[in-house]
Design a protein around this ligand. Structure first.
Ligand code: DX5
Ligand code: ZN
Length: 222
C-alpha cells in the first residue's frame, strides 16, 4: 500500500496552519512541502520560517522538497525548522551532491535525492548508498496542477532493481500530477510514496482522496 504525501502547494496559503492540521487529521503519512527559489525553478514559494510555524500544527513528518540552487547553503536552516526529510535535486547547482547529502544526515534528517523528467535515473546510482529516499519527478518542477508524464514510469522499476541488487531498502516517491488513475500507474510501477497536491487539497474530501490513493496501491497488487 503506498503512503501518501499531500503537497501543500495546492493548499490555501492564507490559512496554512489549519490546512496542515486538516490534512494530518485526514490521514496523511507525510506532508510534502515544496520549496522554490525562482532560480532553479521559475516559481517562488516559502522557506524555513514558514516550516517552523507549521511544525506546531501537526506531528506528521515533513518532507522539504528543495527546488533551489545551492541547497548546501540552507541545509541547517531547513533541518532546524523541523523538516524530517530533506530532498535535493541532482540537477541543482551545488558544490558536490555527495557532500550536500552527507550534510543532511549530519543535521539529523533523512536525505532524499530527486530527478527531473529529462534526467536519466542512472545518474543517481552513484548516490544510492548515501540516501534514504528516491524522488522521481513526474512533472517538470515549478508548478502544481500539471499533467503526469507517463514516460517517467520505467524509471521506477529501474531504480528499484538497482536498490534490490545492492540490498538497499529505500522508498521511492513519485511527485507531480498524481490522482487516482496516475497514482495507480505509479503504484503498479513500484512507487512507495505518492506526493499529491491538487488531487488531495482541492478534493471535496481530503480523507477520501488520500484513501483512494492508498486503494490504488491495493488494486495494483491484485
Ligand atoms: C512540482 C512540485 C509538486 C507539486 C505537486 O514542482 O514539486 O510537489 O506541488 O502538485 P500536483 O499534485 O498538483 O501536481
Ligand atoms: Zn514536490
Amino acid at each position: 500500500m503506498p503512503k501518501v504525501a499531500p503537497s501543500i502547494l495546492a493548499a490555501d496559503f492564507s490559512v496554512l496552519g489549519d490546512e496542515v492540521r486538516r490534512i494530518g487529521e485526514a490521514g496523511a503519512d507525510y506532508i510534502h512541502i515544496d520549496i522554490m527559489d525562482g532560480v532553479f525553478v521559475p516559481n517562488i514559494t516559502i522557506g524555513p520560517p514558514v516550516i517552523r510555524s507549521l511544525r506546531k500544527f501537526t506531528d506528521v513528518p515533513f518532507i522539504a522538497h528543495l527546488m533551489i540552487s545551492h541547497p548546501e547553503r540552507h541545509i541547517d536552516a531547513f533541518a532546524e525548522s523541523g523538516s524530517d526529510i530533506i530532498e535535493i535535486h541532482i540537477e541543482s547547482d551545488q558544490a558536490d551532491p555527495h557532500e550536500t547529502l552527507r550534510a543532511i544526515r549530519r543535521a539529523g534528517c533523512k536525505a532524499g535525492l530527486a530527478v527531473n523528467p529529462p534526467t536519466p535515473i542512472e545518474s543517481m546510482f552513484d548516490y544510492l548508498n548515501e540516501i534514504d529516499l528516491v524522488l522521481v519527478m513526474s512533472v517538470n518542477p515549478g508548478f502544481g496542477g500539471q499533467s503526469f508524464l507517463p514516460e517517467i514510469l520505467p524509471k521506477i522499476p529501474a531504480v528499484k532493481k538497482e536498490l534490490e541488487e545492492r540490498g538497499l531498502d529505500i522508498p521511492i516517491e513519485v511527485d507531480g500530477g498524481i490522482n487516482r488513475e496516475t497514482g495507480l500507474l505509479a503504484s503498479e510501477a513500484g512507487a512507495d510514496i505518492l506526493a499529491a497536491g491538487t488531487y488531495v487539497f482541492r478534493s471535496r474530501s481530503a480523507k477520501e482522496a488520500i484513501d483512494s490513493l492508498r486503494g490504488a496501491g491495493e488494486e495494483s497488487k491484485s
